[in-house]
Design a binder for this molecule. Structure first.
Ligand code: HEM
Length: 372
């Protein structure tokens, strides 16, 4: 445990050990309500955009959080995801068909890593892939491109107007999907009126939490396996290793290394340090997942590592990732299908030539040129 200076000059605690990370993430004395005064901000004014949306899950505490979570938990249950696996396989097969049909070198980011999570979210949410892409673009405008508060407000208004149309269309034409069920729940809870503002926040959050993260995990997993040929050979020689390999890739890559963040509501002792009420706390997943006390030889990728659920790639405790069953299934299916159908897959250039993005919540390649 040590303290770091945030962009606004304040100090916040940086949790590095695996046991300490799990202690903080499972302790209700650490709040997730990001609009509380003093909540740690990674960039100045970075939390401002949250004021344009209804609070949802990542931004709630206690009974309010538990109730909101119960309302959507079943949508991503292991049973639901298992039932959707044939559909996910069809989506992945179609994307791999596109890779095979593309001229070489082919870019796995635009042909596979981006479209697969969008199509999968389309199925689960019941929102068309093109609409989800527009939500993603408008959110980028609001969070990254808007230079003034006025621009940010305008971008948020455009986002809401678009989401409003999506929800209105779904009210008229419900289906067997998350959004239709949430519309019905909202109607029942609000005396027959649908709270579109709340539902817009739900769709936006799921797109933001679910797309860029899964896309980054897919491209980074492929890149990591291609640059660890011994590990890839072990995996392809014994496909039963796949579930363990996915856990290991989640641990090794730890893509949410800029979060989770919390605010201490009371004085709490963690790992020998006294965190005071009002202190900000950062729990990046990478150091917790590379802690030698939890994972021997932690900086080595080992797809045969005894599968361990001690990693915190999906967080831990009350806010643990809602989409984790889905991510696991998606990664298993993508990696198994890709390396089975393109056994000669290799990078078109050197690892050092792969272009990376450094903005946004998750790092990852902007392009992944491959050949076979
Ligand atoms: C590789 C992909 C993903 C990673 C690494 C990831 C990681 C995480 C982490 C670390 C948290 C905890 C945040 C905290 O404690 O403050 C979280 C929460 C969450 N994730 Fe994911 N996630 C991924 C994909 C998804 C997907 C596909 C969805 C849904 C479609 C999703 C929905 C959520 C939601 C709704 C929460 C908030 C849960 C709550 O606060 O109760 N995530 N995720």
């Amino acid at each position: 445990m040590n303290q770091v200076r945030m962009s606004d000059g304040r100090l916040a605690w940086l949790v590095r050990g695996n046991a300490d990370a799990r202690a903080v993430l499972s302790d209700p004395r650490f709040s997730s309500e990001k609009l509380r005064p003093g909540f740690p901000e990674l960039s100045p004014g970075g939390l401002k955009a949250l004021t344009y949306f209804a609070p949802f899950l990542v931004n709630m505490d206690g009974p309010q959080h538990a109730k909101a979570r119960r309302a959507v938990l079943g949508e991503f249950s292991a049973r639901k995801v298992a039932a959707a696996e044939p559909e996910i396989q069809r989506i992945v097969d179609a994307a791999v068909d596109d890779v095979l049909a593309a001229p070489r070198p082919a870019d796995l980011v635009s042909l596979l890593a981006f479209p697969v999570p969008t199509r999968v979210l389309e199925v689960f949410l019941g929102v068309a892939a093109e609409d989800l892409e527009t939500v993603e673009r408008n959110t980028g405008r609001m969070l990254r491109e808007a230079k003034t508060e006025q621009d940010q407000r305008a971008a948020a208004a455009a986002l809401h107007a678009h989401l409003d149309t999506i929800i209105a269309a779904k009210e008229d034409n419900p289906g067997d999907d998350l959004l239709s069920r949430q519309i019905e729940r909202s109607r029942q809870e609000n005396g027959g009126v649908v709270d579109r503002f709340e539902l817009a926040s739900l769709v936006q959050l799921l797109q933001i939490a679910g797309h860029a993260s899964s896309a980054a995990m897919i491209s980074l997993s492929v890149l990591t396996l291609l640059s660890h040929p011994d590990q890839l050979a072990r995996l392809t020689a014994d496909p039963t290793r796949m579930p363990g390999a996915v856990e290991e890739l989640l641990r090794f890559l730890s893509i949410t290394d800029t979060g989770p963040l919390r605010l201490a509501l009371e004085d709490v002792e963690v790992g020998g340090a006294l965190i005071r009420s009002g202190d900000g706390v950062l729990i990046p997943t990478l150091p917790a997942n590379r802690d030698a006390d939890a994972f021997p030889d932690p900086d080595t990728l080992d797809v045969s590592r005894v599968p361990s659920t001690r990693h915190v790639a999906f967080g831990f405790g009350a806010h643990q990732c809602l989409g984790q069953n889905l991510v696991r299934a998606e990664l298993r299916i993508v990696l198994a299908t890709l390396f089975r159908r393109l056994p000669g897959l290799r990078l078109a250039g050197g690892v050092d030539e792969v272009p990376f993005k450094y903005s946004g919540q998750f790092f990852g390649p902007t392009q992944l040129p491959v050949t076979w």
